[in-house]
Design a protein around this ligand. Structure first.
Ligand SMILES: C[S@@+](CC[C@H](N)C(=O)[O-])C[C@H]1O[C@@H](n2cnc3c(N)ncnc32)[C@H](O)[C@@H]1O
Length: 243
């Protein structure tokens, strides 16, 4: 039986994240400049967004939780989703807002995130997917992860997914993530060692774990080929025979 969901800690001061403790300062500049360079070079910084996009019908609601400089929320926006990025680091949110205008970004600790704050920036308040790419889980305040995940679970749609990718050699381990998920009633649906869906094993240095919320998906039962089928319906010719 899952533990009772703790409510989001709206009335509690958020503890300092490991990001604030370990990176903000000199390492922050290094981090921001690295993404400046990747952006300027037009490098591919969207792999996690492609993984998430493959799970979704068009026009889905996606929260990029711990969005940093906003690359994944932006990619998902461009792919046709209603995305929003939230991060506690106001400096990174300022970069995201400048770099990707047109996408809502919000400076807020996930520990305290409320639906009215999302609504205030024009974002959805219930999500098909919440994604935490790029080590967000391991940079949270130690001991805060279960509470953050529980708060995020309250803004997942029925059968919505929470997807996290993080290094396996930090203090917060994939086994901690699985235990936190079980405690708040989310089940592990898929596990990989990369965003390209390579298999996860004991030696993997990275984990990508997909959790599923209980309930029936609004998309359940839709035609798996719905997108091409709708194109054919608009006169694009007859569908090819089934293989
Ligand atoms: C390594 S960065 C990754 C940024 C982004 N997800 C990416 O992959 O480009 C980790 C981010 O997690 C954010 N973070 C960690 N704990 C957080 C929390 N409790 N609330 C909001 N952001 C958090 C940090 O502020 C930081 O921007």
């Amino acid at each position: 039986m899952p533990d009772e969901h703790p409510p989001p800690a709206t009335d509690t001061e958020a503890p300092a994240t490991l990001w604030e403790q370990q990176v903000v300062g000199e390492r922050w500049t290094f981090y921001a400049e690295r993404f400046d360079k990747l952006f300027a070079e037009g490098s591919d910084v969207e792999g996690e967004a492609r993984f998430v996009d493959a799970m979704l019908p068009r026009g889905a609601a996606v929260l990029d939780a711990g969005c940093g400089t906003g690359r994944i929320a932006n990619a998902l926006h461009r792919m046709g989703h209603h995305s929003v990025g939230v991060d506690k680091d106001a400096g990174l949110i300022a970069i995201a807002q400048q770099r990707y205008p047109g996408v809502p970004y919000l400076a807020c600790d996930l520990y305290q995130l409320r639906p009215d704050q999302l609504a205030a920036v024009g974002a959805p308040t219930q999500f098909d997917v919440i994604v935490l790419p790029g080590n967000v889980m391991v940079y949270m305040a130690p001991g805060s992860q279960r509470r953050v995940l529980a708060g995020l679970a309250t803004i997942l749609k029925p059968a919505g997914r929470l997807v996290a990718g993080f290094a396996t050699d930090r203090d917060y381990r994939p086994s901690d993530f699985r235990a936190d998920a079980a405690a708040i009633g989310l089940s592990v649906e898929l596990r990989f060692s990369t965003w390209q869906m390579d298999p996860l094993d004991d030696g993997s240095g990275w984990a990508v774990i997909v959790l599923r919320a209980p309930g029936a998906s609004a998309a359940a039962g839709r035609d798996a080929n719905w997108a091409p089928a709708s194109a054919w319906a608009q006169g694009a010719g007859a569908p090819p025979p089934s293989p």
